[in-house]
Design a protein around this ligand. Structure first.
Ligand code: LMR
Length: 391
């Protein structure tokens, strides 16, 4: 029976890492998968994470199950980190931000929603997650790579013409992946008004809080939307903001003004989790809970996250200056936010850059600016200019 299977393609983004590792070029640069690196090219464990782990090692007395919804104190503290104090939600801990999106998609389907609107380009895994849960994906263009402009008009006209009550709309809460182009306040206001007018359900994907302009300011548009739209879903990841990538730490939250409805929402989220992996893992959530509920650890974590953001902002300025002679539009790299920007490169050139210069990026042209350090930046700029000159 198994012989009838055809082989699935490797994930093109994740497949870059082994390719990079196998390349003997000593000057190689990994601008692929979205992990933060410091100026020495390391992805360090946050100081506060190390200290929280030491505390847990000393104090944890059992490995007995935590419970189907996960760590309740984490769920609350992490919600306050994302949504601010004082907002009610039904939340459960998930297997990373991806697990949160998958549970969100299952909840949408169980609530009678069958379609989700996705602005493209978007994170390469979004469509697969929603389709795996049985939702139909409707795409619309959200970004023009040549001009580096966000196509807010396309989003609004697509939703106006095609969205039906109960359809879901995916919104990147901050630091758009893969473009770095974030919606301005007027666009957030317009899309919020459209969601309310048409009875749509916003699904906010929050994975890069703290990497844009600040922990609080990055969350401001999401919080404004929560204040205005009664029924929302938030999929939140701790992978980047706490540097916990491999610990697969996240949570999904659904909002409703009714406590009885929130109780039902939680029961569905727990049931979907139980039917797929039973219970989420403990460690990453325990670390985040420990940091967020200890003022000193929290302050130290915040300082380190602020430093990471400042380093990315500095890299953005260097890249924007170095690449804008290729196209004035690339000056936008300086003001885009978060880990990623999208370069207007075709696949042939991206493969050439890999083979001739050891510069690794996915075939979409997305670069992980957080993967670049000041030692490598001049070489990357020179290589991109030389490849462009060759035509
Ligand atoms: C990325 O976009 O690079 C990250 O979110 C990692 C992933 O899982 O794709």
């Amino acid at each position: 029976m198994f012989e009838t299977l055809t082989r699935e393609a490797d994930d093109p983004l994740l497949a870059l890492t082994p390719l990079f590792k196998a390349d003997p070029n000593p000057a190689k640069v990994d601008l692929g998968v979205g992990v933060y690196r410091d100026d020495l090219g390391r992805t360090p464990v946050f100081r506060a994470v190390k200290r929280a782990e030491a505390l847990l090692l000393e104090t944890q007395e059992t490995k007995a199950y935590v419970g189907p919804e996960g760590d309740l104190a984490f769920i609350e503290a992490f919600w306050n980190f994302v949504a601010g104090e004082g907002r009610d939600a039904a939340g459960v801990q998930t297997v990373g931000g991806t697990g949160a999106l998958r549970l969100a998609a299952e909840l949408l389907r169980r609530s009678g929603s069958s379609r989700i609107f996705l602005g493209t380009p978007t994170w390469s895994n979004h469509s697969a997650i929603f389709q795996a849960a049985g939702l139909s994906v409707v795409t619309y263009p959200l970004f023009d790579v040549a001009s580096q402009n966000l196509l807010a008009g396309e989003m609004m006209s697509t939703l106006a013409d095609r969205a039906q009550p109960g359809d879901a709309v995916l919104l990147h809460a901050s630091c758009h992946n893969p473009t770095g182009a974030v919606m301005d306040d007027a666009t957030w206001a317009a899309v919020t008004e459209m969601i309310l007018r048409k009875g749509l359900v916003p699904l906010l994907d929050s994975a890069y809080q703290g990497f844009g302009t600040g922990i609080e300011s990055d969350a401001a548009p999401l919080r404004r939307l929560l204040d205005q739209v009664p029924e929302t879903i938030v999929a939140a990841s701790a992978s980047k903001s706490f540097g916990l990538y491999r610990e697969r730490t996240g949570a999904v939250y659904a909002t409703s003004p009714s406590p009885a409805t929130r109780d039902k929402l939680k029961s569905h989220l727990v049931t979907v989790g139980r039917g797929s992996y039973s219970m989420p893992p403990d460690h990453g959530a325990a670390v985040v809970r420990t940091i967020l509920t200890d003022p000193e650890l929290r302050e130290d974590w915040r300082t380190e996250l602020d430093e990471a953001r400042q380093r990315i902002t500095a890299m953005r300025a260097i890249l924007a200056e170095g690449l804008s002679p290729l196209s004035p539009a690339l000056a936008a790299i300086a003001t885009q936010q978060g880990m990623f920007s999208l370069l207007p490169l075709d696949e042939r050139r991206i493969i050439e850059l890999r083979q001739r210069s050891g510069i690794y990026m996915p075939l979409s042209g997305r670069i992980n600016i957080a993967g670049l350090n000041s030692g490598q930046a001049p070489g990357v700029i020179a290589a991109l200019r030389a490849h462009a000159a060759r035509g």
